[in-house]
Design a binder for this molecule. Structure first.
Ligand code: IPE
Length: 254
């Protein structure tokens, strides 16, 4: 089993509201279709999720009635992006089932406390690839939370027999410093002892690069092969999925 996260930066233009990278999504779906084995897909929000989530301060929980509109809009936009992703997989000949996180996930004080991974396992048994995505979810203590695709990847990695977890992004891998220097090459391998300089927080509402890296290290520490590849360059994902040498970063656990 493989878990693949199509990051928001690979499938949308993060700087332009509601702008998908339609051609890249189609190619990525074809690359995934071409790799043997069972799969579960998670995608991020990019400019369909983060811009309005930040505008309505949805990462602060439900603190104001005016956020109702924001919750509806972000959920609606995420489902639009999901429909584009689902169509691309169908065109690539892959039977898929859309499973929105906001419909099935419970958070408590910003942490995922219920996520029915069994539903995903059953779709896979039927020969159907389940696709879920980062979403606005209900939270016992805070009213709402933003559940990121990375949170879902970690939970699915814990609950399934996935051996490989690939994070598809818009850069060549993980770098030694953030923001990376102009001509900086990505690290071919990172692990718990790698020193990475985080001089800035990124703007997205589900956390910084540091948090993403911590999640990946946790996944790798439980025995999964974890990789980060640039989805905007053809065949990098294919190489990572097929076990070929690939350009990108391998994440090692402890
Ligand atoms: C974000 O999911 C979902 C919303 C903002 C609603 P992710 O945090 O996984 O998205 P990307 O990959 O960083 O864009």
């Amino acid at each position: 089993m493989m878990l693949i996260k199509l990051g928001g930066s690979a499938i949308t233009d993060k700087s332009k509201p509601l702008t998908s990278r339609a051609g890249d999504i189609k190619r990525l779906a074809m690359e995934i279709a071409g790799a043997e084995g069972t799969k579960m897909i998670v995608h991020g929000g990019g400019s369909f999720g983060h811009i309005k989530a930040a505008e309505f301060k949805l990462n602060e929980g439900f603190v104001d009635d005016s956020q109702r509109e924001g919750i509806c809009l972000v959920q609606k936009d995420m489902r639009k992006l999901n429909a584009i992703v689902v169509d691309a997989f169908r065109e690539a000949g892959v039977p898929v089932a859309s499973v929105p996180a906001g419909a099935i996930t419970l958070f408590d004080n910003g942490q995922m406390v219920k996520f029915p991974s069994e539903v995903f396992i059953h779709y896979v048994k039927l020969g159907i690839v389940p696709i879920t995505f980062g979403d606005v979810v209900v939270d016992r203590a805070r009213g709402i939370s933003i559940c990121s695709g990375d949170d879902i990847m970690l939970q699915l990695a814990k609950d399934t027999d996935a051996v490989k977890c690939v994070f598809v992004t818009s850069v060549d891998g993980i770098f030694e410093s953030y923001p990376p220097g102009k001509d900086e090459e990505p690290l071919s391998e990172v692990g718990p002892d790698t020193v990475i300089r985080f001089s800035s927080e990124d703007v997205d509402v589900t956390g910084s690069m540091k948090r993403k890296l911590d999640l990946m290290i946790e996944m790798a520490s439980s025995g999964k092969e974890v990789a980060v590849v640039n989805g905007l360059v053809p065949d990098r994902l294919t190489d990572a999925l097929k076990g070929n040498d690939f350009i990108g970063t391998r994440v090692k656990g402890d």
